[in-house]
Ligand binder design. Structure first.
Ligand code: 4NP
Length: 157
């Protein structure tokens, strides 16, 4: 039987340079503060591979840094079929991410997928793509990710 608490999560957005690296960093920070960092698997990926190998967007690095979180060493990668065997949860930032995740689900894979904010807090909100936005949009995205990560951490503790 599956244990009640999740042990692993993959955060997914389109590019893996703006939203999902921030979600990875914020969620890691929350579980580390709760004394749970070591035994959980936390990662992020993009549904496209345009930025593979790159660091997060400088605006995401900056907003994380402003909140004492360092995401500068993370590197972009694309969602891979093997992720469905490695992660209990694969969470998209918006509905198009969730659709793209589902489109890649290998036959028979039982991983839970869904909208990050909704799985975490029960409200069907999407975390909007800030790529063409302003610094204020990145701060808003950070706040949504912080709220959702705090909610999600309760499913892990
Ligand atoms: P993200 O934002 O999905 O939050 O990482 C984007 C970053 C890059 C692109 C799109 C979205 N892009 O098309 O290059």
């Amino acid at each position: 039987m599956k244990s009640q608490a999740y042990q692993s999560v993959l955060f997914v957005c389109l590019g893996n340079i703006c939203r999902s690296p921030l979600a990875e960093g914020v969620f890691r920070s929350i579980i580390a503060t709760a004394g749970r960092g070591g035994n959980l698997l936390v990662d992020s990926a993009g549904t496209n591979g345009y930025h593979t190998g790159e660091a997060p967007d400088p605006r995401s690095i900056r907003v994380a840094h402003e909140h004492n979180i360092d995401i500068s060493e993370q590197r972009c990668r694309q969602l891979a079929p093997g992720d469905f065997a490695r992660f209990d949860l694969i969470l998209g930032m918006d509905r198009s991410n969730v659709a793209a995740i589902e489109a890649r689900r290998p036959k028979g894979a039982e991983t839970t997928t869904g909208l990050f904010y909704e799985i975490a807090l029960g409200e069907p909100k999407q975390i909007p793509d800030p790529y063409y936005g302003t610094d204020a949009d990145f701060e808003r995205v950070y706040r949504m990710i912080l709220a959702a990560s705090t909610g999600l951490s309760k499913l892990f503790l």
